[in-house]
Design a protein around this ligand. Sequence first.
Ligand SMILES: CNC(=O)[C@@H](NC(=O)[C@H](CC(C)C)CN(O)C=O)C(C)(C)C
Ligand SMILES: [Zn+2]
Ligand SMILES: [Zn+2]
Length: 162
Amino acid sequence: EEYSHLQGTRWNKNILTYRIGRYTRDLHRNTVDSLVKSAFSVWASASSLTFVRSHTRTADIMVEFVTYEHGDLYPFDGPRGTLAHAFGPGPGVGGDTHFDDAEYWTAGETGMNLLVVAAHEFGHALGLKHSRNPDSLMYPTYRASRSANLLSIEDVGSLLPQ
Ligand SMILES: CNC(=O)[C@@H](NC(=O)[C@H](CC(C)C)CN(O)C=O)C(C)(C)C
Ligand SMILES: [Zn+2]
Ligand SMILES: [Zn+2]
């Protein structure tokens, strides 16, 4: 049956490239690199998608830390409020993922945990929409302790190109 949680688009390939542009000053760059890599591996382990880091501008998924007005129609709102957003699969802005750098980003339980938020955002970048299950990674509100609880494997398998 139609997978209700799919936003309607999915990538037509299963090797996806990502590039990290502007970083946050809250964390060392290599900490950001490894948390982003881990957030992608959450999805790679639940599907047969592969994520490859790229340093060229042609990457499928652009990952950036930005504030307020930042060149798309969805300006961020300062501390708290919206933490991040991501575009669904597609060319150009498709898949791009933006983190609000007005938040305090951390690798732990204080501030906003980058791994938890990135895993949620990358779900959107792969075509998933929100879940009504409060324990799901794709639940619309942030909770630091949220485990990377994925949809069941066959659901996530639906992310693969047919
Ligand atoms: C603490 N602030 C929140 O819980 C806010 N929620 C978010 O910023 C979502 C991201 C979290 C779930 C990582 C936005 N989103 O869905 C992006 O794909 C509000 C519920 C206030 C909007
Ligand atoms: Zn944006
Ligand atoms: Zn979301």
